[in-house]
Write a protein that binds this ligand. Structure first.
Ligand SMILES: [Zn+2]
Ligand SMILES: [Zn+2]
Ligand SMILES: [Zn+2]
Length: 491
């Protein structure tokens, strides 16, 4: 930047929702200079190239330069960068050292739904707005234009090149410049020259998909009345669901939708998947699966009725986990469909038809059957009459619990009943273990703690007391066999 930056006389107003590169192109056209000259004149770039990471985020220094040369406010500048979506569709910007290269590079790398150095487009929008490229078209989340009810396009139909590429070139950004010149050898003979405003885009007739795009747009712009973190959670959940659809081991059956989407999805599956998954028609297909695919969508496993397979996506606030009667839990339903996380299962769980739970590995969805494993509490085994257990310690506790139960009476308070049940669960768990195992030894300590309220009972043995400094895994009292041997004759 050798020339001092001067205030420019001709500055176009940023178009609502426009990307920074598009606005720079508009400024270049107005000033009749090439794109890179406009970037230099405004202080957006110092070199004759366009940075690979242009448009993600602008530093305070660049913001000041743009303000100085164009009079556009900081808010307007930042709203034209992808950082505008940070905290909602994209991860929040790094908190520490937000302008540090390392932290920002990491942040950029993690944003998998950003189209790198290119854009999707709605030709009709470009026709109507004077060739202004929308910022949201740089996100794979934008697969359709709600205003024109068309699927977005992602490539030139003349040469197959990506759209609005980030490289030096003409500021007439609606003219396809052709594929990028390869490193060295390959040079296209002449620019492609197709007018992107005239390209054909498939109509959206699937109103449910259009509704999905409308919801995504609202989440992107924060006009959905949801707190930012909840919007971010929805994007995360939908992305996870789409990943399951993209990478399905067993290809998922696409619910009925537009022909163009179905054909693109069939080609995608035929080619083995994993490529071009950010193309608007493929994103549309995976959004369709995430929000609507039923239980039979995997094309395998037992057939189920349509009713049971109906998906209920949740685009709103999450339903909280809540406790139902006596220790059972109602888990929040999965917002979008995905495979059951239980390793041997992997059935497709339609949106709203399973449960999600968070554990150390993050969020995971489970089919109703396997969700029960986490939510339906254990019950102690049936007991009738005095204990016949060979282990005197266990027998002693079981008898005391039976006495307590009778004392509490049939209409006894619920809390006492639950306490008795809790103690019996521990006893059952202990009884199921090999008494010589380390787990049994640790659990025996817990069982002995349960005996404390009965320490004054004539049949209580002082050996059973938990002791000061005792290691629960190496009890002073041995396994049940030792206890039995040592207490014969005392009881
Ligand atoms: Zn449009
Ligand atoms: Zn082209
Ligand atoms: Zn399952």
């Amino acid at each position: 930047m050798s020339d001092p930056l001067r205030r420019l006389a001709l500055v176009p107003d940023p178009y609502p929702g426009e990307s920074l590169l598009s606005w720079a192109d508009a400024l270049a056209r107005l000033n009749q200079v090439p794109r890179t000259a406009a970037l230099r004149m405004t202080g957006m770039a110092a070199s004759t190239s366009v940075s690979d990471v242009f448009g993600y985020h602008v530093s305070s220094a660049v913001v000041r330069a743009i303000q100085h040369t164009t009079g556009v406010t900081e808010e307007q500048v930042r709203a034209m960068t992808l950082a505008h979506y940070a905290g909602r569709a994209l991860d929040p910007l790094p908190e520490h050292d937000p302008e540090g290269h390392g932290a920002l590079a990491k942040w950029r790398y993690r944003q998998r739904m950003v189209l790198r150095q290119r854009s999707n487009a709605c030709p009709a929008c470009l026709r109507e707005n004077g060739g202004r490229w929308r910022l949201k078209w740089r996100l794979a989340w934008s697969f359709a234009c709600v205003a024109h009810e068309r699927y977005l396009i992602s490539a030139c139909q003349g040469c197959g090149a990506v759209l609005h590429p980030q490289r030096p070139g003409t500021a007439r950004s609606w003219i396809c410049p052709g594929p990028a010149p390869g490193p060295g050898l390959y040079k296209p003979k002449k620019p492609c020259g197709h007018d992107i405003r005239r390209l054909r885009a498939n109509p959206v007739r699937d109103l449910r998909l259009l509704d999905c795009q409308r919801r995504i747009d609202r989440l992107l712009e924060g006009t959905d009345d949801l707190p930012q973190t909840q919007a971010h959670d929805i994007f995360a959940a939908l992305y996870r669901s789409m990943q399951h659809a993209w990478a399905a081991v067993r290809p998922l059956r696409l619910p009925r939708t537009d022909k163009a989407v179905r054909q693109a999805w069939d080609r995608y599956l035929a080619a083995g998947g994993f490529h071009d998954q950010h193309r608007p028609l493929i994103v549309a297909a995976t959004v369709k699966i995430a929000t609507e695919a039923g239980l039979d969508a995997s094309g395998a496993g037992p057939a189920v009725t349509t009713e049971r397979g109906t998906a209920w996506p949740n685009w709103g606030a999450p339903l909280r986990r809540r406790a139902t009667a006596y220790g059972e839990l109602q888990l929040p339903a999965n917002r979008f469909g995905e495979h059951c996380s239980r390793s041997s299962c992997s059935v497709w769980v339609p949106a709203g038809r399973g449960a999600v739970l968070s554990d150390t590995a993050g969020w995971a969805a489970y089919c109703p059957q396997h969700a029960d494993e986490f939510t339906v509490r254990a019950r102690s085994r049936e007991r009738s009459g005095p204990s016949t257990c060979a282990d005197p310690l266990i027998r002693f506790l079981e008898d005391r619990l039976r006495d307590d139960e009778q004392l509490a009476g049939k209409e006894g308070d619920e809390l006492s009943r639950q306490r008795i049940e809790a103690q019996r669960l521990i006893l059952d768990a202990y009884a199921a273990l090999d008494s010589r195992s380390a787990a049994a030894k640790s659990l025996l300590y817990a069982v002995r703690c349960l005996l404390l309220p009965y320490a004054t009972h004539p049949e209580f043995h002082t050996r059973w007391l938990p002791r000061l400094g005792e290691d629960p895994a190496r009890p002073v009292v041995g396994g049940s066999r030792d206890v039995e041997r040592n207490t014969v004759g005392h009881v």
